[in-house]
Design a binder for this molecule. Structure first.
Ligand code: ADP
Ligand code: MG
Length: 367
């Protein structure tokens, strides 16, 4: 097994477009690292450079203790699973798994042992004699993962492998892949993994650490909890979490921020003293109907409610700024029938407020 170390990695495409700007990152030996960010942020470019499918324009890439910039994909000890995996339609699952090993002239007994071991790990022993057309989407995806496992790579690379599956199956596969990583670790074969996705839920649930990218530049690398609780900038704050964090444009005066005519207190001692234009962020779950020790009552106008089952998402406006709140269904149900524009009092739990620079762009997906 091996760490993957990127030092000042750059990518300039032949047309002159610079896709990656000096990326420094160490994926630790055995770690499950997720690359996440919006479409076009260079997740695939980075992964393909690690795989050896894309040349490296600058910097150094190490896998284990070897610099691999100039090594062919085959020599890097990696295995990659793509969104569009193609199984060989005329071969059984067993043969699909065995194919690469046969090419590498792996002895028959070892080949059989590796194929059966991968099938066991992925709970698909019963599928070995089937043909790809006899598999469901999730089963076919497991075979694609199995083909990576039989190679016994030092590093697993995944590029949006679940994007073609429907939502339910994606959630199930998410759990399966996470379990697979754990079971390999428990079996003493920890698998260094880089997993690319644009989906923040996948990133949060699967990653031991997450690398958030924007425009080919790392924004923050941290554990899911740390990213959620202490986002480094407004972009990360908006990208991680759903519904996204509310960002209010506001003037700060010492220990308070303004919201129109209201002044809201910042958590004592958390931020360096200053004044001037800022954005303060508050997650939807920190705005609710019930008052708490540090909450501030804010009169707001209701726009609409979304019933999510256990929760209701309220979309509202206060002092000309739109925001959303998440409340438990038993509290929110009564609001479902309120007319658009009704006034209600929402409690801002200001002890959870975050501050960002006024000119930082958030990651809003509401075009
Ligand atoms: P992601 O996987 O995060 O969606 P990509 O790594 O595919 O992003 O692309 C990153 C950026 O590089 C995008 O702006 C994309 O248009 C550009 N890009 C990708 N491939 C090429 C290429 N072969 N030539 C020029 N630009 C490219
Ligand atoms: Mg991509």
């Amino acid at each position: 097994m091996a760490a993957v170390t990127l030092s000042k990695i750059e990518k300039v495409y032949p047309n002159g477009f610079k896709a990656v700007h000096g990326v420094d990152l160490e994926v630790k030996d055995g770690e499950f690292m997720v690359f996440v960010g919006p479409s076009g942020c260079a997740k695939s470019t980075l992964l393909r450079m690690v795989a050896g499918l894309e040349s490296i324009s600058g910097g150094e890439l190490r896998i284990g203790n070897r610099a691999v910039n100039d090594l062919a994909p085959k020599q890097r000890g990696i295995a990659m699973v793509f969104q569009n995996y193609a199984l060989y339609p005329h071969m059984t699952v067993y043969e699909n798994l065995a194919f690469g090993l046969r090419l590498a002239k792996t002895p028959k007994a070892e080949l059989d042992q590796r194929v059966r071991h991968a099938a066991t790990l992925l709970e698909m022993e019963h599928l070995l004699e089937r043909y790809p057309k006899q598999l469901s989407g999730g089963q076919a995806q497991r075979v694609a993962v199995g083909r990576a496992i039989v190679k016994k790579p030092e590093v697993f690379l995944f590029d949006e492998p679940l994007s073609n599956l429907d939502a339910k199956l994606r959630a199930a596969m998410r759990v399966r892949l996470t379990e697979l990583h754990r079971s390999l670790r428990e079996a003493g074969q920890p698998a260094t993994t880089i997993y690319v996705t644009h989906d923040q839920t996948e990133a949060m649930t699967m990653g031991e650490r997450i690398c958030v990218l924007k425009g080919g530049v790392i924004q923050q690398v941290d554990t899911p909890t740390a990213l959620y609780e202490r986002p480094a900038n407004a972009f990360v704050a908006g990208f991680i979490g759903s519904p996204e964090m509310n960002l209010f444009q506001t003037p700060r005066e010492g220990d308070t921020v303004g919201l129109g005519t209201l002044r809201l207190p910042l958590p004592a001692g958390r931020f360096r003293p200053s004044s001037g234009p800022v954005q303060f962020g508050l997650r939807p779950e920190h705005i609710g109907l019930q008052a708490g020790a540090h909450s501030v009552a804010v009169p707001a106008q209701l726009r609409f409610c979304e019933h999510m089952g256990a929760e209701v998402y309220l979309h509202a406006e206060a002092q000309g700024q739109a925001f959303s709140a998440r409340v438990p269904a038993e509290q929110g149900a009564a609001l479902m029938n309120l007319a658009r524009g009704s006034t209600l009092t929402l409690q801002f739990q200001m002890q959870h407020a975050q501050l960002f620079a006024a000119d930082e762009a958030g990651a809003s997906f509401l075009a």
